[in-house]
Design a binder for this molecule. Sequence first.
Ligand code: ARG
Length: 608
Amino acid sequence: MYNPPLFQRLRVRPVCTENSSTNVKSFKQLLNQVVSDSLARVSGIDAPDAHVITASRPEFGDYQANGVMALAKQLKTNPRQIAQAVVEDLQAQELAWIDKLEVAGPGFINVHLNNQDLLERGATALAEVKSLLPEPAQKQRIVVDYSSPNLAKEMHVGHLRGTIIGDCLVRVLESCGHNIIRQNHVGDWGTQFGMLITYMQEVSQGQSDIPNKLADLESFYRDAKERFDNDADFATRARQAVVKLQGGDADHLQAWEQFIDESLRHCEAVYEKLGVTLKRDDLDAESRYNDKLAGIIEQLREKQLLTEDEGAQCVFLPQFVGKEGEPLPVIVQKSDGGYLYSTTDLAAIQLRAGELKADRSLYVVDARQSLHFQQVFAVARAAGMADEKLSLEHIAYGTMMGSDGRPFKTRSGDTVKLSELLDEAVRRAFDLVSEKNPELEETERQTIADRVGIAAVKYADLSKNRTSDYVFDWSTMLSFDGNTAPYMLYAYARIKSILRKQDSDPSVDQNKGAMRLSSIDAPEERMLLMKILQMPEIVQMVADDCYPNQLCNYLFELAGIFMRFYESCPILKAEAPLRESRLALASLTAETLKQGLSLLGIEPLERM
Ligand code: ARG
């Protein structure tokens, strides 16, 4: 039977039906699915991994499926033979979005996508950029525990990473259509509050201007601590205050509430500056669990998980051992009856698993708390407080370092207040903008600086692999070169200015409907569209693995590919309809960048 060349059979077909939903599905996801199905048919093995990756070189096509080799090894057959069978099986399906398939090397399958289909997906994205967000198979309820400062002090640089990374993850997961429950698990309960209340009472006896005194929480804490350390009588009163507070004494509770309220106002001012979406409603304060803690101990006792060790209630699990192999306890109640951080976290897990019915619970917390989370998760599982349906994930991040390679501090060695750090970022951005654009009005320079300064701090953080420590450095984060916020914001503003130029060009059809994507004949055009259409893959990856730097890398590469396109493909000088097509591609790039940046919590500027 005559078998026409593959491209003849495939090219003319309409877009496949899998694409009938409004979303531009990820090619990787689609390919993994169809290649895996085909591998299963060919080999008889159930759901094999197709292992699809983006092609490492243009001559290998757009994607490569590398799963054949592992399967062939398992079946002890020739991988090229299996690959050939898969290619034939897929060709028989006549998938319109695939142009060409070929077997390469020891058994790779190279996939070339169909240009007409790419253009149609591009048109869908141009009509609605949201179609570039992934559509997960299943909607989930996801708890994201982030920021979560201790309220005794003001937020400092140590809270920056968790706040920004958490905010980005919340935006990404929400954009995928999941149901997100933000939890700001603030530390608002514990011995230091006895000291603070006692000091508050002392201060208010002299003059009652408490809010004024609390304006600088940091110095208030320092003064209280000094009284505590140097006056035995004060220290005794502070200890009694904790007992009274935890016993529910009305006066103490009222003073405590006043302190917490003021402290939260400090946090909210920081969130506002950062453009972070946490609200009072998202509070999941430690104090909320106060009356659940005794019950937690009871449950552990019923499950026979408790052991008393020097008066303390402990859980010993076989996987936690010390250096010498000695069993390590998870202490859940001290010998004086007090509860611990882990006890509260167990109560919180119970709420998240039970009442909140979460599918995933993410803890965006410093990597130094890894052992704490491993222990709490293990105890919760052992006690049946969280079953396997709930995925418990510590989204750990490393420490922010100064240029001396030590945790970031002020010159005098104090911790840096977050609000002051952000003000400094804006100040530095203002100087930079003034230097670059001295002709701009001061108010405009200020508006730009507000955005650029905060964006620089956020982007510098998000663009690093979260698990490593990173060096906080003003000059790199404010540089216009490299993977930085100024570069990204500038790239976006530049495309917008190109698009504005066409608005004022009388020879260009001003009807926006005329912005029709029709050409990806130039390799730079095709590469740019291909990159744009890969956005759902990247967003999906961040939603799954929680590494925002993957999104930053993607946006940085996208901006770079646009610049190459812009250099080699004239836009306004081209004839219609090529000019309209290139304008459409530029506009789609801008919208994609904007959408990506907004997932990072960064609002780009139209002009810079
Ligand atoms: N407040 C804690 C701290 O500053 C972080 C809380 C993180 N969340 C949690 N569920 N443990 O160290």
